[in-house]
Design a protein around this ligand. Structure first.
Ligand code: NAP
Length: 317
């Protein structure tokens, strides 16, 4: 499908995409472009790319596809560095967790001869770096594409095929809508997890030790989310400010309603609320979006074969 693909930022997502592309035979050559020489060396050692370079200009020259797999706050800067070296007709895409701000930051730097098809795979783990990547990460996962309305349809079609080749389900969406939906399904849960684990961390030493010792499923699951990459998540919140603050306002209102029900002993309200939320979990399981199955390599390195969120284990911790 592509002669040469350059992936800028060879972390969890960049490395996983490279492996997905290689596994499906979607490119003749994959180039790792990463500012860290150490990462470039590691990528070559692990055989994750055909070439690796910390030189952004050299790294994208002659590529028909360039993937920005860096934190969303760095996408504009990277686009400015590579814009003059992009080949005519090349497609640039990204994997950022926020879409409108990435479009605003990247598009002004891209020449008219280059096509930009922004994207976001709804797949990830709390691990970072090239070793954390695995080809199966995107299998049976949605990938949201948010191309501006005047984007060349053939370029969009190629990115759709790329993700389908990696086993994903691509879906086209308006970038603002993406940011609102992901604000609910991903950004708010991360913010809540960071808050809960931060609160536990602020407890006096004795209490904190016991929280860790007796950590039940609920808290343990939050610690997994709160172990996610701090730079990536800093950028997500700074770049999806409006949607996150809007959803946070609604969350705050619902929390107040639950607080009131607890204070008043309104069991009927609590039970009805929890019954409603339980159905959402069942819907997610039914749609096959509840669990990750890790490949053998990760299993050997101590990562559980199936991530703990596969089932509700809060009672059995
Ligand atoms: P990661 O494992 O930490 O990798 C980040 C990569 O970006 C590293 O290669 C890093 O280079 C590079 N980088 C960081 N700051 C940079 C800068 N200022 N300029 C140039 N390169 C820079 O992170 P990731 O999880 O793969 O996330 C990458 C992107 O995927 C983010 O936009 C994120 O929003 C998106 N995403 C993440 C997930 C997830 O669950 N993790 C899911 C979907 C989408 P070094 O090697 O030098 O550190």
């Amino acid at each position: 499908m592509f002669d040469q693909v350059s992936i800028i930022g060879f972390g969890l997502i960049g490395s996983s995409l490279a492996q997905g592309i290689a596994r499906a035979g979607l490119a003749r050559k994959i180039i790792c472009v990463d500012s860290s020489k150490k990462v470039c060396k590691k990528v070559l050692q692990l055989g994750l790319a055909d070439e690796a370079t910390p030189n952004f200009v050299k790294g994208v020259r002659d590529s028909d596809l360039v993937v920005l797999a860096v934190p969303v706050g760095a996408c504009g800067d990277v686009a400015s560095k590579i814009s003059a070296s992009l080949k005519d007709g090349a497609i640039v895409t990204d994997v950022g967790s926020v879409k409108q701000s990435v479009i605003d930051a990247v598009l002004p730097y891209l020449p008219d001869t280059v096509h930009f098809v922004p994207g976001h795979p709804i797949a990830g783990t709390e691990y970072s770096g090239p070793e954390a990547g695995f080809a199966e990460l995107f299998v049976n996962r949605w990938v949201i594409l948010t191309p501006p309305s005047d984007t060349d349809v053939r370029a969009v079609e190629k990115i759709v095929k790329l993700w389908e080749g990696c086993g994903s389900f691509p879906e086209i969406m308006d970038p603002y809508h993406h940011d609102l939906i992901l604000g609910v399904t991903s950004h708010l849960p991360h913010l809540i997890a960071y808050t809960i684990v931060g609160t536990a961390d602020d407890l006096e030493a004795d209490l904190k030790n016991e929280v860790i010792k007796f950590s039940a499923g609920g808290f343990r699951d939050f610690t997994r989310i709160a172990a996610s990459n701090p730079v990536m998540w800093r950028d997500v919140f700074l770049n999806n400010k409006d949607a996150v603050l809007e959803i946070l306002q609604r969350f705050d209102e619902d929390l107040t309603a639950l607080q009131r029900a607890i204070r008043k002993g309104d069991g009927k309200f609590l039970e009805a609320f929890f019954t409603r939320t339980r159905h959402i979990r069942h819907d997610i399981i039914e749609q096959g979006q509840a669990a990750y199955v890790y490949p053998d390599t990760q299993r050997k390195s101590g990562v559980p074969a199936v991530l703990e969120d596969e089932e509700d284990d809060s009672e059995r911790a």
